[in-house]
Design a protein around this ligand. Structure first.
Ligand code: IMP
Length: 178
């Protein structure tokens, strides 16, 4: 891996495809064990999680389902800020064991706003699998159950993550040059 340029910025190698795949395999092994006798519903949050979700899902040997949702945030009519709606969440959630697949948890705001909506639909359980967690950037605490890498509070791209639309196709993860 070497330095790359995306738009106007320079990025340095951070996590190699091999390192990522090793962690994905470990997470899949834990999920296969923890959900052995269940039929979990995975909910992958688009766009960033598509690559992690695909690699993870391929390694699951349990009986399982997956759906993909997009969280659209818009300014509410009140000054209280953003309202998040889930587009594509058409599976019946009641009584299901749900595992959310995220690419990265940064401030935790997205999940902090989405989780109450999910709980409202009465799942039996909800766990979170995220490839990356900037735990030092946390503003809204989120309990991560399955973690790839805890990373510093730096902007990263690749393996599904973008910088202004570009970089999602890069197989490794790169960090913005200081
Ligand atoms: P949060 O709501 O602050 O936890 O942010 C979650 C979302 O912000 C992720 O799903 C990403 O879309 C985006 N994001 C946060 N950090 C990065 C990054 O370093 N690179 C690319 N996208 C990021």
């Amino acid at each position: 891996m070497s330095v790359i340029h995306v738009h106007d910025k320079q990025f340095h190698p951070f996590l190699s495809p091999g390192q990522i795949q090793d962690r994905v395999a470990s997470i899949a092994a834990a999920l296969n064990k923890d959900y052995e006798s269940k039929k979990p519903l995975f909910i992958a949050i688009l766009n960033g999680s598509f690559m992690f979700a695909a690699d993870l899902f391929k390694r699951l040997t349990i009986e399982t389902e997956i759906c993909f949702i997009k969280l659209a945030s818009y300014k509410g009519s009140r000054s209280t800020g953003h309202v998040i709606t889930a587009i594509g969440l058409d599976n019946d959630i009641i009584g299901r064991d749900v595992v959310i697949i995220e690419d990265i948890v940064d401030t935790g705001k997205t999940l902090h706003e989405f989780l109450p909506q999910l709980y409202h639909q009465q799942p039996s359980s909800v766990r979170i699998a995220t490839l990356l967690h900037k735990s030092e950037a946390t503003v809204f605490p989120v309990k991560v159950d399955y973690l790839g890498f805890d990373i510093p509070d730096k902007f990263v791209i690749g393996y599904g993550l973008d910088y202004d639309g570009l970089g999602r196709n890069i197989p490794g993860i790169y960090k913005l040059a200081e």
